[in-house]
Write a protein that binds this ligand. Structure first.
Ligand code: CS2
Length: 493
């Protein structure tokens, strides 16, 4: 038996399911990037909004999900009426909940014009995105559109059949403008620095390359609220599917795994209305920046540090890595050093936040692979690690834990581990980084400066002597001592 509308009543009583009549829900959101993170985070919040809805307007915020390339999610979810399970895992046990907020799904690559059409529908008032850092076709270091990105080049030539996320947004906004339809709100839910402003800049730059007027119209009429999104969502495995099927008593082709914690902070700036997000526990604020920096510099920075160094030390998951007390202390040190660069609104308890992060990372029920988090480091380093380093250097503060994390990334992108086995490095710059590593050889004094010169990652900070010295020393230690011992030495010093 397969999860689906007709079988909802056959689920065990303990399993939560949509607390509303799905046939009354109409689409109001197109979401680009229908991955596990969206399904375990924003879609759950929208599901809560729909459950709280008491009139047609509140019921008009169902989601149409779009995968940019792969048909896999659509193929898994369409035969089950786009219902799917969120398994919330804690040491004490797992809670299952079936989500109904996703109404339909499309694969952009198959019918790009149809997706543009859908996004231009006046019923759609929000286009949200989780396309990962690299999906914005920008240079993370500067925040500018990468005009030479192959998908951007393609889309500028053929805007009616776009490939990139910014291309779809510009094409749909252009169409709305031509038809006299108000723009939608562009709601970025990725871990970019100042995500709303950054996406606004990318989209406006892209649009201006098509037409100056369009760029102006978008700048004047569309809104791009900043958001902070947080929930740990590891990739679903076959074992996860089997475990969920055993509990449901029926098969769900693609459930998503997550933790109990969830947080969504949103700048309340919506061009054409929004669901009652507060009803779902979403924090609506006038300035997201402090929350976003807190999350990127505490959670994501220490996550990346654990991912590179943990992987090199032979740990498969973040929870395994956290079992090693030296690595747990490293994560705490990274957070401690980043915390002094943050200015938080009154009432924020950063000490408690840091403690809760350490607990979340140690969750033994989540199998979050170090390899998964290690992906796309070139796109993640600036906002996670480099900003803190820059701020600390400006105040003449030491940067050793962050330097070791950056060195861990450098060691990792050489694509060969401490035993000489190949590392499957996934990164848009993987080939370029590996070539630089080959040329430099396994010599910290050559490799560190060579990688620090990659300005699209490091910008001017790569030339900062104190940073170069700290990173080179840390990389040297990784080569002579190995990651496990280098971490131990750092936290014991
Ligand atoms: C992780 C994030 O994969 C990664 O790079 O650091 O996906 C992290 O799990 C989320 O941002 C948590 O909210």
């Amino acid at each position: 038996m397969r999860l689906g509308h007709a079988n909802l009543d056959l689920l065990p009583a303990a399993i939560r399911r949509p607390a509303y009549d799905r046939s009354l829900i109409t689409p109001g959101i197109v979401h680009l990037g229908l991955g596990a993170f969206h399904r375990a985070h924003q879609a759950v919040a929208i599901d809560d909004c729909l459950a709280a809805a008491s009139n047609a307007s509140a019921r008009s915020w169902g989601i149409v999900g779009a995968s940019l390339r792969s048909p896999d999610t659509r193929d898994a979810l369409a035969p089950q009426d786009h219902l799917y399970t969120v398994a919330v895992r804690a040491a004490e046990g797992t809670e299952h909940r079936v989500i109904g907020a996703l109404l339909d799904s499309v694969v952009a690559r198959e019918k790009p014009a149809a997706l543009v059409e859908r996004m231009a529908d006046p019923a759609i008032r929000i286009v949200s995105l989780t396309v990962t850092e690299k999906g914005y076709c920008h240079t993370p270091q500067s925040g500018d559109l990468d005009e030479r990105h192959p998908d951007v080049v393609h889309d500028l030539n053929d805007i009616d059949a776009p490939r990139s996320a910014p291309g779809f947004i510009v094409a749909a906004l252009a169409r709305r403008r031509a038809l006299g339809i108000a723009p939608f709100t562009v709601l970025c839910c990725d871990n970019l620095a100042a995500n709303g402003h950054t996406v606004q800049r990318i989209v406006t730059q892209f649009a201006a390359l098509r037409s100056k007027e369009l760029g102006k119209w978008i700048a004047a009429n569309a809104t791009f609220p900043c958001t902070m999104v947080d929930r740990i969502v590891p990739e679903t495995t076959q074992a996860d599917r089997d475990a969920v099927a055993a509990v449901l008593g029926m098969r769900d082709a693609w459930p998503v795994m997550t933790e109990p914690f969830t947080q969504w902070v949103v700048e309340d700036r919506f061009a054409s209305g929004r669901p009652d997000l507060a009803a779902a526990g979403v924090e609506l604020v006038s300035d997201v920046k402090p929350f976003e920096l807190m999350k990127l510099r505490l959670l994501n920075a220490s996550h990346s540090a654990l991912a590179y160094l943990g992987y090199l030390a032979g740990y498969e998951t973040i929870a395994d890595t956290m079992q090693d007390p030296h690595f747990a202390r490293l994560a705490a040190r990274v957070m401690e050093e980043a915390a002094v660069t943050l200015t938080m609104p009154a009432g924020t308890d950063l000490t408690a936040y840091r403690a809760s992060l350490l607990q979340r990372f140690a969750n033994p029920a989540l199998h979050h692979r170090t390899w998964q988090i290690a992906m796309d480091g070139s796109q993640k380093l600036p906002q996670r690690l480099l900003g803190t380093m820059q701020d600390r250097l400006a105040r003449n503060l030491p940067i050793a834990p962050h330097a070791l994390a950056v060195a861990g990334w450098m060691r990792y992108v050489t694509a060969s581990d401490e035993q000489g086995r190949a590392i499957d490095v996934r990164d848009p710059f993987a080939a370029e980084l590996a070539a630089l590593a080959r040329e430099a050889g396994p010599v910290a004094e050559r490799l560190a400066p060579a990688l620090l010169r990659v300005t699209k990652v490091f910008g001017p900070l790569g030339a900062e002597p104190r940073l170069r010295e700290a990173v080179t020393a840390a990389l040297g230690r990784l080569y002579t001592e190995g990651a496990r011992r280098a971490v131990e030495m750092l936290v014991s010093a």
